[in-house]
Design a protein around this ligand. Sequence first.
Ligand code: SF4
Ligand code: SF4
Length: 397
Amino acid sequence: MKEDIDSQLVNHKVEDEDGINLENIDLMDISRRSFLKLAALTGAATFIGHYSTDIVEAINDEATPKVVWLQGADCTGCTISFLNSEEPTVAQAIMGIGDYNVDLGYHETIGYQFGITVDGEPVEEEYNANYALDQILEEEEEYILILEGSVQEAMNGNYCRSDGEAFIDKLEKVAENAQISIALGACACWGGIPGAEGGNTGAVGLQFDGKKLGGFLGEDYESQLGYPVVNVPGCPVHPHWLMTVVVAALLDKLPAPEDIGGWVDDYHRPLDIYGTIEHDYCTLRGFYGNGVFAETYGEEGCLWKIGCKAPVTYANCPKEKWHRGTTYCMQALGPCVACTEPDFPEAFQPFREPVQRLPSLLGFDLNDFVKVAGAVTAVGIAAHAIRRVAMGEKEQE
Ligand code: SF4
Ligand code: SF4
């Protein structure tokens, strides 16, 4: 169905009863109703499409909370990815499309000037970031916390300092009163690269340390609305994954906290985005089924032998794709490195080696099997069987 819509969009044929289509829409000058219709038509935002009627109501009735975006130990890659959002663009999301907008109350990279203080107190000035955040907290405004980057706990949190204080102190204050807390990207979700083996800064995720529940806020943390931390992993995160969750949260369209188990997986990842194994929808899947494996980069074939981790990775990249829906890692012949998984990066290194979990299950190396089996179909069948066993193991973890 999605492919049908996509192909119609390419040919500019999708149109509703009001004549709204991609040819006659000026995205900077459309009504809220048209925007929602367009979003539904393009399938760009799952939640918006799914809840469009409710969302119109919600926009009319409710003031949306601000977004407070903090950055711990990060490379700012997820911010860059956010800036590359396309449907809507960041400018549209922030400036507003009709009455709809993301009120980015505080962002440490793209927001305001920092450090305008007198006698240690932030100057009360419109563009002073310190003042803006203090005001949000003091006036007890409703806000959603987005954390990008991991939380470095060692040395009393002083590996990462922000506005003259240990970052962990600032984060604790903000998390305590957040309506909803969202961990954005691998670092914020699980510790990510700063938390990898060999690091000495005690980097953990907001509510997970690798696969272990707990992290910085602890396993019992709940936001003001009663939610645990919602994890939106990726390295970096896909802009639409973030937009989808943030817009749903802003418009109060997340399922109730007591229903969270049906909406996120064991690692608090929304199932709408992270509910499927990448490999099952891979555009190179036909090669895998026929036992045709690339031996080197750029070669035609399934990328498993040169390190593709998609058989054990949950995300929707092959369906959502990146860069305005044009391509993604495997389509560009780049093996998946499992950037959405909680034990990324350690468990998947070296990235260029076949994922070890599969062959070890059956006690032999698939590479050897490929050499001796000779029969292409047999390899394909064996590979499927191995993957099924591997998936069984993963689902039971
Ligand atoms: S192993 Fe990777 S490249 Fe091969 S079919 Fe699966 S997802 Fe595609
Ligand atoms: S295909 Fe794999 S490595 Fe690439 S973005 Fe998706 S989950 Fe991350």
